[in-house]
Write a protein that binds this ligand. Structure first.
Ligand SMILES: *Cc1c(COP(=O)(O)O)cnc(C)c1O
Length: 369
């Protein structure tokens, strides 16, 4: 059997008529940039999420940058981010002229550790960006309590966690504002780059919308210099066509994760953990195994594509080398970095496929080296 890490074509085949029609409509209307299809998606996504404002933009990285700017964060400011994320989370902070400060994660949930946030707060700290990592809601009670105590903004990076909840509330609606990515492989994926910003705050929403469209809310009425970060009409139409399926896809991911839990339960390896107050939407299903690189290669030889998210924790990447980070500064991500392994995960996987992955993982783990 050959099992890819994700299979976007498999999903397209289940919704081909809807997608093809959506694309044809945009071409017929020549509504290519922003416009009615982007607006329709914003409205549908706001309703699905349960939030006042959705501002579509070009991608999930721009979304973080623009929200930081809309919140007035810039040079001299510090923003606390988790020590494991995709680089966008820290990159966006640096791009706005502020400094990303890394906080280690909790060893079980692998989301930002509230105690580590507290330890990193200085007089320059302006915001926290919790990441709902791998699809699991971060501990938002603790994050919001710390933010309130120290008067900090909370911008949720929800790129991996469309529909995940904390105490029954969808993530992305708990902080002051949040960002989503609709990169094709994300749980709700466009057919190109796309992203959005969301908030219940009217002032943040207006500023963000202005920045994303050359500083204007009305054409040629430039209130400030902004930038070009808009959603393509094509992506808006595709996302609108896909949104009605998202809840079912999430359920399928959760069912697949439950099957993995069952098949892998006796192997003595660390499986994904979901705290009682959180739900997990399994953008990724990440296990921790000994001898990871050999196991990953053995899986590949058996036809199973596994990946690593991410091979190097953020503080140890080259752009931050001048800070001279030590393993003891970030013990959790440092200890996990050579053990984490992401198994294939997408809604269209069958139980037979999951059983096959489990069997091959067992065989790889049993090899004595
Ligand atoms: C994908 C991702 C982003 C960036 O989204 P793009 O749309 O690729 O720019 C930001 N943060 C996290 C955690 C992500 O996984």
């Amino acid at each position: 059997m050959n099992i890819p890490f994700v299979d976007l074509a498999a999903q397209y085949h289940t919704i081909k008529p809807q997608i093809d029609l959506a694309i044809a409509n945009v071409i017929a209307d020549t509504a290519f940039i922003s416009g009615s299809y982007a607006r329709k998606f914003e409205e549908a996504y706001a309703k699905w999420l349960g939030i006042k404002h959705v501002i579509a933009c070009a991608n999930g990285t721009d979304a973080i940058e623009i929200l930081l700017q809309a919140c007035g964060i810039g040079p001299g400011d510090e923003v606390i981010v988790p020590a494991n994320s995709w680089i966008s989370t820290s990159e966006a902070v640096s791009f706005m002229g502020a400094t990303p400060i890394f906080a280690d994660v909790d060893p079980k949930s692998y989301t930002i550790d509230p105690d580590q946030i507290e330890a990193k707060i200085t007089s320059r700290t302006k915001a926290i960006i919790p990441v709902h990592f791998y699809g699991l809601a971060a501990n938002m009670d603790a994050v919001m309590a710390i933010a309130q105590k120290h008067n900090l903004l909370v911008i949720e990076d929800t790129a991996q966690a469309h529909g995940a909840t904390w105490k029954g509330q969808k993530v992305g609606t708990i902080g002051h504002a949040a960002t989503f990515s609709f990169y094709p492989g994300k749980n709700l994926g466009a057919y190109g780059d796309a992203g959005c910003m969301v908030t219940n705050d009217d002032a943040i929403a207006e500023k963000a919308r202005m920045i994303a469209n050359h500083g204007q809310l009305k054409k040629h009425d430039h209130q400030m210099e902004g930038r070009n970060s808009r959603l393509d009409g094509m992506q808006g139409a595709i996302l609108s066509a896909k949104l009605p399926f998202l809840n079912n896809w999430t359920s399928s991911r959760q069912e697949n994760a439950a099957l993995y839990d069952q098949y892998l339960g006796d192997m003595g390896i660390q499986l994904p953990y979901t705290p009682a107050d959180a739900t997990h939407v399994y953008h990724l299903y990440v296990v921790q195994v000994p001898d990871r690189d050999r196991v990953k290669q053995a899986m590949k030889d058996a036809g199973v594509q596994c990946l690593i998210h991410y091979p190097m924790p953020l503080p140890f990447l080259k752009p931050y080398a001048d800070r001279n980070p030590q393993p003891a500064d970030f013990p959790v991500v440092h200890a996990a970095k050579d053990r984490i392994l992401s198994l294939p995960m997408y809604p269209e996987m069958t139980e037979e496929m999951i059983a096959y992955v489990a069997k091959k993982l067992q065989a790889a783990l049993e090899v004595k080296v």
